[in-house]
Design a protein around this ligand. Sequence first.
Ligand code: C2O
Ligand code: CU
Ligand code: CU
Length: 504
Amino acid sequence: MTPRRGELTRRGFLAGATGAAAVLALAGCGPFGFRAPVNTVGRVDFRNPLHIPPLAESVQDGGARVFDLVAQAGRSAIVPSGTAETWGINGPLLGPTLRAHRGEQVRIRFRNDLPVPTTLHWHGMHLPAVADGGPHQMVAPGETWEPGWKVAQPAASLWYHPHPHGETEIHVYRGMAGLFILDDDDEAALPLPRTYGVDDIPLIVQDKTFDASGGLIETGRGNIGMLGDTILVNGTLAPVLDLTAERTRLRILNGSTARSYAFGFSDDRGFHLIATDGGLLREPVPVRRVTLTPGERAEIVLAATGGESITLRSFPQDLGLSGGAADMAGANDELDLLLLRAAATLTPSAQLPAHLAEIAPLTPPHELDWRKFDLRGVQINGKTMDMARIDTVVELDTTEVWEVRNSDGQPHNFHVHDVQFQILDLDDAAPPPELSGWKDTVYLPPGRRVRLIMRFTDYADPAVPYMYHCHLLWHEDLGMMGQFVVVEPGQAPVAPGPETGHAH
Ligand code: C2O
Ligand code: CU
Ligand code: CU
């Protein structure tokens, strides 16, 4: 079977499972939109120590913290059957974890050693549009790009990934992604687990499909893109994490191109959600599941007892889809992700604080000024992305409400660059606690409407747009994206020439 780009075929490949042949039939596939749910519960032979992405080194230069990042192609032995051509930053797969403190000036020296142009986008970061790393900041092979900005937002787990128009999905799929952790004094004063790699663990969750010789299969797209049946965490197949503390903070990034996950544990225990995309919640929220669609992050705190083993699992999830669409989106898949093995004796951890952060609700402007975004097919408001068109002009220092509706039968989410937003309501209902903090990406089930409130501050540039888009990367690549500029009051936008980006 050699599926071509765009075909509705899936492979039932399950590297890392015991008796892989026995489960090859698990992922049924058919050419007309039929896809049987995949279930790997109890079938993953967890045996590889979870890779912890190293903290990126930095140097001080002229008052700035400077990171050197190099995009590079390489080979990675991910599955036992061979090696894959992969892309990474400062290594062949994924990238280091960047870390900076609120108030710090940061600068990145990003060199592109890939054979093709790419970009590096700082997802969730408040920064000037020229530093955003979107499709207008292409970096040619061999060139270096040096964006800089001052970190001016709360502690959060952000991430970075390429954003070349039409090719983001494949660049991320091949391995270009990493975490960007922001710290601040308020978070540092809380009794939370925060020793990186010990009781504070990044989890970059991604699905892949491998061929018989261990290479990545980059074809086989359904309506939402590629769904792989092999789940990697931090690039590790069948990963095991040894827990050493009574409480462990897991910073989970859904770094998949299309797949959503409903995270929970094999014994169905409760745990606490402490942060979402843009930082800490007001207080820890007790939950049994955390659903993340592509691009979303969550920080959770898991309590363990000495000697136990539990599995982080993705459970069947309610994405608000009808039967066939739910199967096609992988919503009924049940996937074992990571084995957590607690030491016999655990180091004591502090109790979780009752209160985490202040989040002042933003005040909505007059309803007549609210903007509407309608998602349908791979269009936003009836249009696909045009690099030379500014879709939305925002005035600096204003608070806006963006009303986003999914008028489609397919799942979509919505991501806005430059800002963190609050959710005003979901179909007129107040957001649940897990959607009551800062967010930059939000899921939209078919037929539902969400109203986002956000404030545009600090950076105006009439000529360089930021993006908003569906973060299902195949949809984004097909054009489910728009451009906005932030301008000084009275300033006119300047349409970017298509030549400022990479030709498509
Ligand atoms: Cu995570 Cu516009 O991207
Ligand atoms: Cu982004
Ligand atoms: Cu979409």
